[in-house]
Design a protein around this ligand. Sequence first.
Ligand code: RB5
Length: 142
Amino acid sequence: MIAIGCDHGGYELKQAVMAHLDKRGLEYKDFGCYSEESCDYPEYGRAVGQAVASGEFEKGIIICGTGIGISLAANKVPGVRAALCTDCFTAEATRLHNDANILAMGGRVVGQGLALKIVDTFLDTPFSNEERHIRRIAKIEG
Ligand code: RB5
């Protein structure tokens, strides 16, 4: 189950991502926002972060205008590893190396076609489970 959230800057892309997840038959819960009315990205980054950190949701997808603000907010939640990706290489690498559990994207940065490929890459790439990556991730958590 995927937790998904955005602010007004990511609303349009989130609609496309949810339609894509529907097409793939993947289950998700939308944590808002629910319109293009101006709102505050930390609320949605935190909500998705808490949903993933609780273990109830396996992965998260968060989108704001740049992807920066909402990923900063999500990463404040202990246990969250939110990765801002603008290409498929980083989406693959952050799963393999960082076991990122939340994908962040900028709705004003990436086009829809690329964004959906990034989503697929992120969701379909397993963690490498290599010792050095496990060790480094443990050091992030402190
Ligand atoms: C909203 O205008 C914008 O600041 C927000 O979507 C995001 O880009 C913040 O990092």
